[in-house]
Design a binder for this molecule. Structure first.
Ligand code: ATR
Length: 278
């Protein structure tokens, strides 16, 4: 049986197996997708399991999206993002060997999540909170959509500064300070726990803004609840998650089904419901 994995730490919360197993079944593909909590030291062994065929493909989540990179044969990601979330194989029919490729489908996932709700970034003022693992992918996607300005604030200023070295057009904002924006994006992990609160003075923010949280579980973080109460538009990270998974599935099935562009699985009501019931 062909086996796929999502690796991370922690990994319990991951809904990737639910989605991918549904898609395998829906398309009559004999494969199984599991989750595995790993340590940094396990990465090398897991990648060699791809080489020896025990595993066909992998999704990577926090905190290993960067540390898997040295073990891959080829990375096809924007270098600035330093983030691989999908690892799959590509067969060379001439030499009959497999290459292990790393891709970043978070970028596309974020972009498609905005297209899905028809929100246009062009000319908008964007304010990003956080400078963690997923943040560079979001910045990369945003820059392609031509905002007028991107501002960024992170509790640890040094990390924000390091990110701005890679994306020099970003404006650094002090943690706790709020600038005028059209769209604010929470890329921190604050909100995963019920009592988590970001330092935002909502009274200081005008009306009609767009609040986007990368977190999708809980469905509405305090960040989104507070914004919704004040009539702002809100969006959680669910569609970003679904679209990144859809693209990963497509990449997985190129080799698995031996079809040139892989199989793009459907995103329908049933798929979305899979992520709702716990
Ligand atoms: P990593 O930083 O290892 O990539 P991450 O989960 O991808 O981990 O990112 C965590 C993000 O959430 C960071 O921006 C982090 O801020 P710091 O750089 O200051 O650590 C932010 N974060 C996590 N807990 C936070 C808290 N209690 N207050 C403010 N920001 C927090």
């Amino acid at each position: 049986m062909n086996k796929y994995l999502v690796i991370g730490n922690p990994i319990d919360h991951s809904l990737s197996p639910r989605l991918h197993n549904y898609w395998f079944k829906e398309n009559n593909i004999k494969a199984v997708y599991e989750k595995k909590q790993i340590k940094e030291l396990d990465i090398e062994g897991i990648i060699s399991d791809i080489r020896n065929g025990k595993i066909k493909g992998i999704n990577v989540t926090v905190p290993f999206k960067k540390s898997v990179i040295p073990f891959l044969d080829k990375i096809e990601i924007p270098e600035k993002t330093q983030s691989v979330n999908t690892i799959y194989t590509e067969k060379n029919n001439l030499t009959d060997t497999n290459k292990i490729i790393g891709r970043n489908t978070d970028i596309l996932g974020f972009k498609y999540s905005l297209e899905h709700i028809k929100y246009s970034i062009k000319g908008k003022k964007i304010f990003i909170l956080g400078a963690g693992g997923v943040t560079p992918s979001i910045i990369y996607a945003l820059e392609e959509m031509e905002p007028s300005v991107i501002m960024l604030s992170n509790r640890t200023k040094e990390k924000a500064k390091n990110l701005i070295k890679l994306f020099p057009q970003i404006e650094l904002v002090e943690w706790g300070e709020i600038r005028n924006f059209d769209m604010i994006i929470n890329t921190t992990s604050l909100g995963l726990k019920e009592n988590d609160k970001l330092p935002i003075d909502y009274g200081q923010i005008g009306s009609g803004k767009f609040f986007y949280d990368v977190i999708y579980n809980p469905k509405k973080t305090n960040f989104l609840l507070e914004a919704e109460k004040r009539g702002h538009q809100i969006e959680n990270g669910k569609m970003m998650f679904v679209f990144q998974a859809q693209e990963a599935f497509r990449l997985f099935t190129i080799d698995l089904l031996n079809v040139q562009s892989g199989l793009l699985p459907s995103i329908n009501k049933k798929v979305l419901q899979l992520l709702d019931n716990d």
